[in-house]
Design a protein around this ligand. Structure first.
Ligand SMILES: *Cc1c(COP(=O)(O)O)cnc(C)c1O
Length: 381
């Protein structure tokens, strides 16, 4: 909304741009690369570079900044998850690398707590691994994990969402690491959004996990990028399975379609450098101000509650919870989502746990006010 030509590039092609009040969601395009990242990406155009060397030094720079043993840039956190399973199953054995996704003769089970099944666990299966649940809907015991581990186990997967209340009915990461390592099995952690507070950024590998992924879409890098942090052994093996290993080593691994370009690789390094040196107080103040701007026009409208989300952990600080009372306004929260989507301009929001959960992550200048006013207008009819 900031400029006259807002969304013009899409309109020219016949598509309809939208205002994103949902946050960093892949279906809307996830991220808008920041200036420092775009500059680094442009600078990468000046020369070609062997990608195997670039990946190595880029991973080294990220690992140094975060204080972890090693890092590897991938085409998203999802790709890091898939390459990790390939590394867990086949290591650096070229015959096995070329055999995947046929896992005959390899440990091929990725263990996951039933209560931790989640949207992205599909990425753990694409290299040929099988997801095997332990525990049940009610919870997990240490013995559930001990009994689930066998010769077929490739690794144990764990998911962290520190911005949400901890689930008391799952094993903690500490418990999982202890039990898995006692059995000689590696542990992977999906920590895609755990980039703030900074002490959480890379924390799970420092706790002893063999791998964690980060989605660089959450920190101003291109939406299509992410990275793995981990032990030197796991990160080295991931490189063997990657598209770069495929082309440089002429070993045909499953990673070939997970391609990224040199511009993206330097863009991710720039994004991590910026994130580690950013004034996060300013970043948080800005997000809080945007959230308050959404709330302002909604105060004292009968039948509407708009409440500040005070979370500052992970990748999307603040935001607003909005709810309408159908008895007063004549429609439901789901109807409100539809009304906003059908408006001009179209505003995308979503209902989670019975209320609209708005995030300011994807809002441009002036768009927070616009969203608040559009909700007020929808309610007032
Ligand atoms: C976004 C996300 C992913 C996938 O990351 P991509 O970079 O989009 O592939 C995986 N896990 C979690 C928890 C995420 O939030």
């Amino acid at each position: 909304m900031t400029t006259e030509n807002w969304g013009a590039i899409y309109k020219e092609m016949g598509a309809t741009p939208v205002i994103n009040a949902t946050g960093s969601v892949t279906l809307l395009g996830g991220s808008t690369p920041v200036a420092e990242v775009k500059e680094a990406m442009d600078a990468a155009d000046s020369a070609f570079i062997p990608l195997i060397e670039l990946e190595q030094v880029a991973g080294d720079r990220i690992a140094e900044m975060l204080g972890v043993p090693a890092a590897y840039i991938t085409s998203g956190a999802g790709s890091a998850l898939t390459l990790m399973t390939a590394a867990f199953m086949a290591g650096t054995d070229d015959d096995k690398i070329e055999q995947l996704p046929d896992t005959t003769g390899m440990p091929n089970e990725m263990l996951i707590q039933t209560r931790q099944r989640y949207w992205y666990d599909r990425c753990l299966e694409l290299a040929g691994a099988k997801l095997v649940e332990f525990g049940d809907e009610n919870g997990t015991t240490e013995d559930d994990l001990r009994n689930a581990i066998s010769d077929r186990t490739a690794g144990v997967h764990y998911v962290v969402y520190e911005q949400m209340p901890a689930d008391p009915n799952v094993l903690t990461l500490e418990q999982v690491i202890e039990i898995a390592h006692a059995a000689g099995k590696p542990v992977s952690v999906d920590a895609a959004g755990q980039i703030y507070p900074l002490e959480n950024f890379g924390k799970y590998v420092k706790m002893g996990a063999d791998f964690q992924c980060i989605a660089a879409k959450y920190m101003g890098a291109p939406h299509s990028t992410g990275f793995a942090l981990g032990t030197k052994e796991v990160i080295d093996a991931m490189g063997h399975h990657s598209f770069i290993g495929y082309e440089t080593r002429r070993i045909r691994g499953i990673g070939r379609p997970h391609k990224i370009d040199r511009q993206e690789i330097v863009g991710v390094v720039a994004a991590v450098r910026r994130w580690m040196t950013l004034n996060h107080e300013e970043r948080l103040d800005f997000a809080e101000g945007q959230s308050e701007a959404i709330i302002k026009p909604l105060k004292e409208i009968p039948g509407v509650t708009a409440e500040l989300n005070t979370n500052i952990k992970a990748h999307q600080p603040f935001g607003v919870f909005v709810s309408v009372d159908p008895d007063i306004v004549g429609f439901t929260n789901d109807d409100l989502v539809d009304k906003l989507k059908d408006g001009e301009p179209s505003i995308w929001t979503r209902v989670q746990d019975g209320r609209l959960v708005l995030h300011v992550f994807g809002l441009g200048e002036g768009e927070a006010e616009l969203v608040g006013n559009a909700i007020a207008a929808a309610v007032k009819g």
